[in-house]
Design a binder for this molecule. Structure first.
Ligand SMILES: Cc1cc2nc3c(=O)[nH]c(=O)nc-3n(C[C@H](O)[C@H](O)[C@H](O)COP(=O)(O)OP(=O)(O)OC[C@H]3O[C@@H](n4cnc5c(N)ncnc54)[C@H](O)[C@@H]3O)c2cc1C
Length: 439
């Protein structure tokens, strides 16, 4: 077994893990970062969730990323299209009304506004959704810029990509080591501090921290749906090969109710990439309850639904010239959450806004529960602050949960779990650790 010793071990290189890694290495603090994926970016890169929703943020690395991506053509500011008809006419489709006779679709296209405009969401800043601006990135460009920024911070980061978490060791109220494997070797990482940035909080759960899943009313099945985001292009040269018809037919036969009753009512977000491709985010591909019930067969059912949905869009909605070039890995909006030293609740989010010494991030995204029953949906009147203790389990002094699975109520999580907010939380925790390490 290979053994590594470091100051801070970061498990998970998505938004939260990247933010922490950037800020720690910028300050010269040695880190080991590990992820089962081949690189930085997590959900935003490997699940195709590469659009930053409008929302406030503290200063941070998001600005540097955005500036670089805008310079290289890997990112652009977008506005929501209020009139889909005009958009589809612009795109040259013959019968735009046929595209969405009954249901609204989110649609975002490039506009000339500056990045600053994307940092507003709540009613205090935007009177209507037409004022919202998003920041859309090409997922590969985003992952590459993240890696470049870490490299530019010097030789402080040891990255273990392609490594999966297998367990941890604890002693006297502390995590002492994390174990990883990549199929050919096992690695033990010893550190002074550990950050669980895995989204699903695998380290905190493995270490026995108190956690929860589902709605605030205790319903474990009340979790947001799963989207298999996909990318469609007019460029046929890189089209994905058609799936095996027998495979597709066998899944469709078992999933006929979805096609009959749900497929035509799927509301999708269409975000146009800087190169003109479209990122399609079905809301959702599978409900949270379906994802839990189908278990290991769920990803295959999701992929089959993507193909069936897109064929329907091609044949009946005039999008025949757009081909699937990428189907991303399942995008999980939520599952397990820490119940930590402080749980951020709806009351905290709606209380008067103040930035305090323990604030690690701010946010103002809507309570976006995607129609779950018993959930409180809606836009916020003003921003709120996320305190450090939302990342701290009661059980360990040297563990921080810096991802969508931090200590949020179900309702609060539906607003906080955005890419930029997670990056900001990572940077905030890193700044706190730098103080603790007296560096
Ligand atoms: C379909 C969908 C649409 C969304 N739309 C938007 C949007 O438009 N805008 C927006 O800002 N946000 C959006 N979000 C939310 C946002 O993408 C996520 O909440 C955010 O990216 C989560 O960041 P994270 O750092 O918590 O986790 P992730 O980005 O998920 O990072 C976790 C990392 O941990 C790694 N990991 C997990 N388990 C292990 C293990 N056992 N071993 C090793 N590594 C492991 C993963 O590989 C991953 O890289 C959306 C989410 C989904 C699913």
């Amino acid at each position: 077994m290979r053994r590594l010793n470091t100051k801070v071990m970061i498990l998970g290189a998505g938004g939260g893990g990247f933010g922490a890694c950037y800020e720690l290495t910028r300050r010269g603090i040695p880190v080991v970062i590990a992820d089962r994926n081949p690189g930085f970016g997590g959900n935003a890169v490997y699940s195709g969730v590469s659009c930053w929703e409008p929302g406030v943020s503290l200063e941070g690395v998001h600005r540097i990323l955005a500036a670089r991506l805008m310079q290289t053509g890997g990112g652009q500011v977008q506005r929501t299209v209020p009139n889909y008809k005009l958009f589809f006419e612009d795109m040259g489709y013959a019968d735009p009304y046929a595209l969405c006779p009954d249901y609204p679709w989110g649609l975002s296209i490039a506009c000339g506004d500056d990045y600053e405009s994307t940092l507003k969401r709540c009613r205090q800043f935007c009177v209507s959704p037409h004022e919202w601006r998003r920041f859309m990135t090409d997922e590969d460009a985003l992952g590459a810029e993240m890696a470049a920024l870490i490299a530019e911070n010097g030789p402080h980061c040891t990255a273990l990509f392609g490594y999966r978490f297998t367990g941890c060791e604890t002693a006297a109220g502390k995590i002492t080591a994390v174990l990883l494997e990549n199929g050919t070797e096992t690695v033990q990482v010893n550190a002074e501090y550990f950050l669980d940035c895995t989204g699903s909080i695998v380290l905190a759960r493995s270490a026995g921290c108190r956690c929860t899943i589902g709605g605030d009313d205790g319903d474990p099945s009340a979790v947001n749906g799963i989207s298999m985001v996909f990318r469609v292009s007019k460029n046929a040269s890189n089209t994905l090969p058609d799936p095996d018809p027998a495979w597709l037919e066998s899944i469709a036969a078992r999933d006929a109710v979805w096609e009959r009753e749900t497929m035509r009512r799927v509301v999708s977000c269409f975000n146009v990439y800087p190169n003109g491709d479209i990122n399609v985010n079905m809301l959702p591909t599978l409900t949270g309850a379906e994802w839990q019930a189908l278990d290991e067969t769920a990803p295959a059912v999701g992929i089959a639904r993507v193909w069936r949905y897109w064929r329907y869009m091609q044949s009946e909605k005039g999008l025949a010239d757009r081909h699937i070039v990428k189907i991303f890995s399942p995008g999980i909006r939520e599952d397990w959450r820490l119940v930590g030293r402080r749980v951020l609740t709806l009351e905290d989010i709606t209380a008067d806004f103040a930035i305090r010494e323990d604030t690690i991030a701010i946010a103002d995204h809507a309570l976006d529960t995607h129609g779950l029953k018993n959930a409180v949906p809606g836009e916020l009147a003003h921003p709120y602050a996320i305190p450090l203790d939302c990342t701290r389990p009661a059980e360990y002094d040297n563990l921080f949960v810096v991802c969508r699975g931090a200590s949020f109520s179900h309702t609060a999580a539906s607003s906080a779990r955005l890419t930029r907010t997670m990056m900001s939380m990572g940077e905030g925790v890193a700044a706190h650790l730098a103080k603790a390490l007296q560096l």
